[in-house]
Design a protein around this ligand. Structure first.
Ligand SMILES: [Mg+2]
Length: 399
């Protein structure tokens, strides 16, 4: 039977606050058969919407939605230049919607389409932060009380704008030296005050000169982290070989990667332990499942990026991979607001420190478009972009 894509619609919503979520609806010639995909790139959201509406939509209308791989490859090659986050997110929105449609056609959850469950739930990590070591400890204890076993811990550095902790200072100044001094002391404190089985994580967020990040990893070895994240910017991945010679702390990397030339060498040479891409930023579910399989052959585990600037549809795509991929490592979680759950019925549930999917076809999710319209993108001067972060002398600093 002929089945064609008849329309591609973009839903823009912000039920969690400032994050500008983008989800894509692909409609078909079969009335009632449609799919949802995540295309969220909140810092350049309007550009993604344009890419979808002006380029992807006219390109795929009339195509057979069952031919996921063909459409994915065609969209990549259609622009000649490719592999950037704007176009990758646009492709992801359509790609993931096609997987949702495929699951509905097969009457199976997507995790069944790719081999079936190898585990029941996706073990999560949650975020603890605070102005002081005591506050971070309390934040972590509260999460342990909620059933989480893995906690990422970030602490404010007095006088500086610190990633992962709001701190008391509203300015946008950053210096790496005080941060490097504080972090080992934070983990010394946490190890003294948290149960020994607590798995601790930390995110450097590419804010430290590479050789200092290697020194920090070495200092943290004694605290046996579950992983240390984004020690380097993607431009500095050449330092990972040196890191391996000096530290045995497990390394997570990749939320800023957008193309395979960046991540394949690190896997092949076994220089990282957790692959942490943001799935919509590498092109969506099709790209991520291939990457997961590649990582499996080299002993690298998955840890897909999962903060609040992934839509709940994107989180569910993460979870379906988590459930079906043998080399799953850990999943970063977002605790969805009530408003978000109203817009996205069927979002992953959190219980006992795990994300749980449901067993409905496709992603098992819906988007309530009327509820979504109640949460328009907020009016922000930078349209979702981040204000500059600077050193004390005025130099621009990586965020
Ligand atoms: Mg991160």
């Amino acid at each position: 039977m002929a089945l064609t894509i008849t329309d591609v619609k973009v839903v823009k919503t912000a039920p969690q606050g400032r994050q500008q979520l983008i989800v894509v609806k692909v409609e078909t010639s079969d009335p009632g058969l449609y799919g949802w995909g995540c295309a969220t790139f909140t810092q350049r959201a309007a550009a993604v919407v344009t890419a979808i509406e002006e380029f992807c939509r006219p390109y795929v209308i009339g195509m057979d939605p069952r031919r996921i791989e063909d459409i994915y490859q065609a969209l990549i090659t259609s622009s000649y230049w490719h592999s950037g986050p704007v176009l990758n997110n646009a492709i992801s929105g359509i790609d993931e919607a096609l997987w949702d449609i495929k699951g509905k056609l097969a009457n199976m959850p997507v995790y069944d389409l790719i081999g079936g469950k190898v585990r029941e739930g996706a073990d999560l990590y949650a975020h603890a932060s605070g102005d002081t070591f005591e506050a971070v400890t309390e934040s972590a204890q509260a999460l342990l009380g909620q059933g989480f076993r893995h906690i990422r811990c970030q602490c404010a550095v007095p006088g500086l704008s610190t990633y992962g902790s709001r701190g008391r200072d509203g300015d946008r100044i950053w210096e790496h030296a005080p941060y490097i001094r504080i972090v080992p002391r934070l983990f010394e404190h946490l190890r003294k005050h948290l149960p020994e089985e607590t798995e601790l994580l930390h995110d450097i967020h590419q804010r430290v000169p590479p050789i200092n990040a290697i020194g920090l990893a070495k200092d943290l070895d004694q605290f046996k982290l579950f992983f240390l994240e984004d020690a380097f910017a993607p431009e500095d991945i050449g330092y990972f070989a040196l890191m391996r010679q000096h530290s045995v702390t497990p390394i997570a990397m990749g939320e800023l990667f957008v193309n395979q030339a960046e991540y394949l060498p690190l896997v092949k040479d076994r220089q990282i332990d957790f692959m942490r891409v943001h799935i919509s930023d590498i092109g969506g579910f099709s790209a991520a499942r291939k990457l997961a399989a590649y990582c499996e052959f080299f002993g690298v585990r998955t840890a897909w990026h999962g903060p609040g600037d992934v839509s709940p549809i994107g989180h569910m795509a993460n979870v379906h991979l988590d459930l079906a991929v043998y080399n799953f490592g850990i999943q970063e979680c977002t605790i969805f607001s009530d408003a978000s759950r109203e817009v996205f019925p069927g979002s992953p549930e959190i219980r006992d420190g795990y994300y749980w999917a449901n067993d409905k076809p496709g992603w098992g999710m819906e988007v309530d478009e009327k509820a979504a319209a109640k949460h328009p993108w907020p009016d922000q001067p930078l349209r979702g972009g981040w204000a500059a972060l600077r050193r004390r002398d005025g130099t621009i600093q990586r965020q």
